[in-house]
Design a protein around this ligand. Structure first.
Ligand code: B12
Ligand code: SF4
Length: 315
């Protein structure tokens, strides 16, 4: 089978499995290597030391998969449906309303590889990455033509806006490459203005030490007093710099069953997270993104949100 037919078969099968957009890029070092190294040097990664420790690997895909010749990048729509959004005084980022995207995407990508091998009869080696390997997924997605890097640092797509999960398959296949898309942010700066903590310190530069997503999900220690009021009602993650993006007007709510809201009765309820015991928390949030942060972090966040609700009298 020639490389064009093989790439068409991969893309066709990927779309059949719910991935859209899909694109292919080469194994060259990331275009944004200088931005990434500068970001680490300035300490913007904060407590996420793994980003610093494995920084060199992020600049060389061969250090992750030595045989790599092409990279297939897939996206999956997780746009929220306002009509099924949980109700309550707190907020949980919509990426965390359903099942953990890491497991959903990984199992679908495994399925994709099995189907392509079976259908084409071509044998090839591959490594799947969904946040699980030191690769710059947004850089690869941008190069593979899935969209452009918005000023909020997220990959933005004309049809799906900001609501895309990304997955990467490193393969030893030599596939035809897709063209990158042009930057369509123009003069807009809505995302920079929307960030409650001023974490987007310049277009495409996020100081994660101030980002509500990093503070409420990754931070295992105390959250500094001066940042607590700006956390507002965010119990877990933050969508402020995503939801204001004008390109979301073209998005459609995801139909993927695993991304439909679960635990809707308590997901936005700060007192629930303050009081819930470990076994109830595990039972409800097993295999969801909230399990990553754990009950203690959610209780800390809930205390901050409850205090903010009292201080600002948000009803
Ligand atoms: C660490 C991490 C975080 C950290 C730091 C985020 C950050 N902006 O650096 C925190 C915890 C804050 C975070 C938050 C979120 N994350 Co996160 N996160 C990651 C992770 C694991 C690594 C990212 C990383 O390497 N950061 C270092 C910075 C410097 O790199 P970067 O974010 O990729 O940014 C690049 C661009 O900005 C680019 N760049 C800068 N200027 C320019 C200019 C040009 C011309 C070009 C081409 C590129 C470019 O250079 C950077 C380096 O390559 C990735 C998975 C992965 N392995 O890539 C997921 C990932 C980026 N996260 C994701 C998501 C969904 C989120 C949240 C939306 C979740 C939420 N709602 O709370 C928020 C979004 C916040 C935001 N504005 O970024 C998705 C993003 C999907 C997308 N469409 O972009 C990813 C890809 C996971 C996935 N597999 O889907 N995340
Ligand atoms: S809100 Fe505006 S500046 Fe930010 S990513 Fe979207 S289009 Fe770009």
């Amino acid at each position: 089978m020639d490389r064009i037919h093989l790439s068409n078969a991969i893309k066709h099968e990927a779309r059949r499995l719910g991935f859209d957009p899909v694109g292919i890029t080469g194994p060259e070092p990331p275009e944004s290597a200088p931005q990434f190294l500068d970001w680490i040097r300035k300490g913007y990664h904060g407590e996420m030391l793994y980003l610093e420790q494995r920084a060199q690997q992020r600049l060389d895909l061969r250090s992750v998969f030595s045989a790599v010749r092409s990279v297939v990048v897939v996206g999956m729509n997780y746009a929220p449906d306002p009509t099924t959004a949980p109700a309550g005084k707190g907020r949980v980022s919509c990426y965390a309303w359903g099942k953990d995207y890491h497991t959903v995407m990984r199992s679908r990508m495994k399925h994709l590889l099995a189907r392509v091998r079976e259908q084409t009869g071509v044998s090839f080696a591959a490594r799947i990455c969904v946040d699980t390997a030191p690769v710059l997924e947004r850089d690869l997605a941008q190069r593979a033509g899935l969209g452009w890097i918005g000023k909020n640092t997220c990959l933005v797509n004309r049809n799906f806006g900001t609501w895309l999960f990304l997955g990467v398959i490193l393969t030893d296949l030599d596939l035809p490459l897709d063209m990158p898309q042009k930057d369509r942010c123009g003069t807009c700066r809505k995302c920079l203005d929307a960030c409650p903590t001023g974490a987007l310190i310049a277009p495409r530069v996020l100081d994660a030490r101030r980002c509500i997503s990093a503070l409420t999900i990754e931070c295992r220690t105390d959250i500094l007093d001066d940042l607590r009021p700006s956390i507002g009602i965010h119990l877990f993650g933050c969508d402020e710099c995503l939801s204001v993006c004008p390109w979301n007007r073209f998005s459609r709510p995801t139909k993927e069953p695993p991304f439909q809201p679960i635990n809707r009765d308590i997901l936005f309820d700060p007192p629930f997270f303050l009081n819930v015991g470990e076994s109830e928390f595990r039972k409800r949030f097993h295999n969801t993104p909230l399990a990553r942060a754990g009950r203690a972090a959610l209780a800390r966040n809930a205390a901050i949100v409850l205090n903010n609700l009292v201080e600002t009298r948000i009803d």
